[in-house]
Design a protein around this ligand. Structure first.
Ligand SMILES: [Zn+2]
Length: 347
């Protein structure tokens, strides 16, 4: 708590513009990051998996454990949707393939597409069984039996813990990860837009796994403070989200937003694919042509790798702490500007 309070006043102090005269310009030099490609899921070490998975998930997926029968959350799941590998998101089964096998574990009669699951002989526990694994990350799923009651004759007997269920939803959501300085502010704007389903504050773009706020604030992790926006593209487009992004922060200062200085405050758009990269490049080109800003846009475009959700007390920060001086003095005036500029896009 003490740390938080100190940090809070430190940020307030900086944001109010005191005591920064000594900031050396050299601290603003853009650090060209030596991006390493994300390790493929197959290459991840046990240490990495341990950090990414809960102990129970690790036990089942990486140590080939088995959950107690009739204990899994997805055993009785009967809704339409998709079952993915909980470790890597690989699509594994459709709800159409699920049947009630009365064996105590979620059961399916076929994989969603050939090649999604790999098999191996398993002679543990003195039995001859066929192990099934996620073809993408090698995570243990369960076992395959040939006593299935449907026309495939197969029973994919899967640990509920190895799966995550995605209900069928006509609202196909997309996500966008953006860095525009202190995430407390940025989150508050995007939460208010029509078509935005949720906004999470977190960290992305660095090399440190599961970073803490303290680590990110130190400016040495390579991570930026970011928000992840889940939105419905049928209601709001990526272009509109980027318009808000460019309007509500200063994209012309390298590794800096106002008095917040450091690579963690860099202006950055994380793209998941070429299409998103192109949308971002086009909007930057258009603003440059229009000379929308007095100076050059220095926003970086970085390939999206992983989003680490920030600690709970950073989530929904403005809405829950609106009476605090930082929110009143710093965020509220910006929010008023935002509400004026984007009146038509606000809920
Ligand atoms: Zn997987």
């Amino acid at each position: 708590m003490l740390y938080m309070r100190q940090l809070f006043y430190a940020i307030l102090f900086l944001c109010l513009g005191f005591g920064v005269a000594g900031q050396a310009l050299s601290a603003l030099q853009f650090v060209t990051k030596n991006k390493t490609a994300m390790k493929s899921d197959e290459e991840k070490t046990n240490e990495t998996w341990k950090k990414m998975l809960t102990p129970k998930q690790y036990y089942i997926l990486r140590e080939k454990g088995t959950e107690a029968p009739y204990s899994g959350e997805l055993l009785m799941q009967k809704d339409e949707g998709l079952y993915r590998c909980v470790a890597c998101g690989n699509e594994l089964f459709s709800s159409e393939a699920k049947f009630d096998s009365h064996c105590g574990w979620p059961s399916f009669d076929k994989e969603i597409k050939a090649g999604k699951i790999t098999i191996a002989a398993d002679t543990s526990l003195g039995m001859q069984r066929t192990e099934i694994m996620c073809a993408n990350c090698g995570g243990h799923l369960g076992h395959l039996f040939t006593d299935g009651p449907t026309n495939t004759g197969m029973r994919y007997c899967v640990n509920s813990v190895s799966l995550t269920f995605e209900p069928k939803n006509n609202e196909m959501l997309d996500t966008l990860v953006l860095g525009a300085g202190c995430f407390w502010c940025v989150e508050a704007f995007f939460q208010r837009l029509k078509g935005v389903v949720s906004v999470s504050s977190g960290y992305a773009g660095g090399e440190v796994e599961n970073p803490s706020y303290e680590q990110v604030c130190s400016g040495t992790t390579g991570h930026a403070e970011v928000i992840r926006i889940a939105y419905n593209p049928a209601i709001i487009t990526m272009e509109t989200l980027l318009e808000v992004f460019f309007e509500m922060h200063d994209p012309t200062t390298v590794n800096r937003q106002g008095n917040d200085v450091g690579t963690q405050y860099r202006s950055v758009i994380f793209y998941k694919n070429d299409e998103e990269k192109k949308v971002a490049e086009q909007i930057i080109a258009a603003y440059t042509l229009q000379q929308k800003f007095d100076r050059l846009i220095v926003t970086t475009l970085e390939p999206f790798v992983l989003f680490y959700k920030a600690e709970d007390y950073h989530q929904n920060y403005y809405n829950e702490n609106g009476n605090q001086p930082y929110c009143k003095l710093i965020i509220m005036p910006k929010l008023r500007k935002f509400e004026k500029l984007f009146a038509d896009d606000i809920n």
